[in-house]
Design a protein around this ligand. Structure first.
Ligand code: SAH
Length: 477
């Protein structure tokens, strides 16, 4: 029999509005059926339990973990079990949401499952669509030529690759981030195998660890270490090592190439940060690229600074062939900058990569009185929780102040936060303060969040984590 978690009085309000978490401190008791009525019970990591209010109103069924501050994560409003059929239904529903939003899984790489927001707590699945990198790179960036070759229009695109390489293949990257998912990993892999069968079957499924697993008492399996948003020991020189974390099939050792907004990107799925590529910036990459040519109406050279560039998502989108531009990518991670150079070659673009702490780089650039027409700030989450918000805000304010100072008159700042604890209004306040400090007036051209394959679920504010503001500075100082 499924155990019952009874909440303290009043604790059901948030849950009734759709919030899926139950904290240990909100629980009055745990019961299970005994021979002559309910008796107190202990919970085991990963098992399911029913959640009830103090008045015994039914609230839903959850995965539980007594080792976590989040004692229970509700996955269903009804008493359904978490069997293979359940996972297949949920994955199909998640896929339908992406199709409804206009994404095309036959060509678009996308986040297929976004955990709680897709009613699959603690489960992340990214689906990458493309080709093994080797042959694509040979076609698009022949050795020695590409990074210095003149920019040309009409480079081979997605359709030419379908002709040359056949239809794209897919690979899945999975993260199991709570005990309930950890103990059901085989069930989930089987469900995936049945939802994506025949020509849609993935070539391989890779597991990536994440520091949050520790909060659930789960091991950091594939070698990830807590807080590692930059280099990992040994990262980048693992060419001969077997790839860790492969759960099914295979992952091309030389990486894969996907197309985002029609632009090719080479990905190192096992070695890359998070799931290997930041799919959540797809729409913001495209909007930044759309604004860029208007910054230089007279055809002057556009000076672009992509700070916290990772593998160049923003910069490579912006500096398209045909647009005279100079691109500087700054990141503290060597492998990320290797990725920038690889992607620049793939797209026939010159780039300057600078390995530095962005805080130091901006300070230095200010001292040298440098100017840029377009600056992107896309840092990692400075605030990992509410307690670290004040310090994080100081960090955001500093880099934004410096970036606003470095912009040429009429220039554009694309500034992001992926700190869930930093709400949109606090972000607006921060950028307004930074502009005041810099002595510049700014117009907000766009204020955006994440794309629909990272759905925002009403009642679950934690699902909204990305903020991306587009600000244009005035003509004078
Ligand atoms: N803009 C990228 C994603 C950036 S992720 C895209 O669109 O794909 C954040 C990046 O910041 C990571 O590559 C990480 O290595 C880098 N980073 C983290 N802290 C840093 C610091 N203090 N200085 C420079 N780079 C940093």
């Amino acid at each position: 029999m499924v155990k019952r978690i009874i909440l303290k009085p009043g604790e059901e309000d948030r849950i009734r509005r759709g919030h899926p978490w139950v904290y240990g401190s909100e629980v009055a008791g745990v019961l299970q059926a005994g021979p002559s009525g309910p008796v107190p019970a202990e919970l085991k990591p990963g098992e399911t339990a029913d959640i009830e209010s103090s008045r015994r109103e039914y609230l839903g069924r959850a995965f539980v973990n007594p080792s976590s501050k989040i004692l229970a994560r509700i996955y269903s409003p009804s008493k359904e079990g978490a069997d293979k059929g359940f996972f297949k239904r949920r994955i199909r529903e998640a896929l339908e949401r992406r199709l409804f939003a206009g994404l095309d899984p036959r060509r678009d790489s996308l986040r297929l499952v976004f955990a709680e927001a897709d009613f699959l707590p603690g489960l992340i699945i990214d689906r990458f669509t493309g080709w093994p990198a080797g042959p694509v790179e040979a076609l698009l960036s022949p050795p020695g030529a590409a990074s210095v070759s003149p920019r040309t229009e009409g480079r081979p695109g997605f359709e030419s690759l379908v002709e040359a390489q056949g239809p794209p293949k897919s690979w899945l990257v999975v993260q199991f981030l709570c005990a309930g998912m950890e103990v059901r990993r085989d069930l989930i892999l089987d469900a995936l195998g049945e939802v994506f069968a025949g020509p849609e079957a993935p070539e391989g499924i890779l597991e990536k660890s994440a520091p949050v697993r520790e909060l659930e008492g789960l091991p950091l399996r594939d070698g990830d270490v807590p807080g590692s948003d930059g280099d990992k020991p040994g990262e980048g020189d693992s060419s001969g090592d077997p790839i860790r974390g492969i759960l099914r099939g295979s992952i091309p050792p030389g990486g894969i190439v996907i197309f985002e907004n029609g632009i090719p990107f080479a990905l190192d799925l096992p070695g890359g940060q998070k799931t290997g590529h930041f799919l959540d910036q797809r729409e913001n990459h495209a909007l930044a690229a759309a604004f860029a040519p208007r910054l230089v109406p007279g055809g002057e050279t556009l000076r672009v600074l992509d700070a916290f560039s990772y593998t160049g998502g923003f910069g490579i989108h912006i500096c398209r062939p045909g647009l005279p531009a100079e691109l500087w990518c700054v990141d503290s991670s060597g492998p990320a900058l290797e990725g920038v150079r690889r992607n620049a070659a793939l797209n026939g673009l010159p780039v300057r990569t600078i390995r530095a702490d962005v805080f130091d780089y901006l300070r230095e650039a200010e001292r040298r009185k440098e100017q840029f027409d377009l600056i992107i700030l896309d840092p990692p989450a400075f605030a990992k929780n509410r307690a670290s918000l004040p310090g994080a805000l100081r960090g955001y304010r500093e880099i934004n102040l410096r970036a606003l100072t470095l912009l040429s008159p009429g220039g554009l700042l694309v500034t992001c936060s992926c700190s869930q604890a930093l709400g949109p209004e606090q972000f607006r306040r921060m950028i307004t303060d930074a502009a005041a400090d810099a002595g510049r007036r700014i117009h907000e051209l766009a204020f955006r969040s994440q794309p629909p394959d990272h759905p925002i679920l009403a009642g679950y504010d934690e699902s909204r984590y990305l903020t991306c503001g587009f600000y244009r500075v005035g003509g004078g100082r």
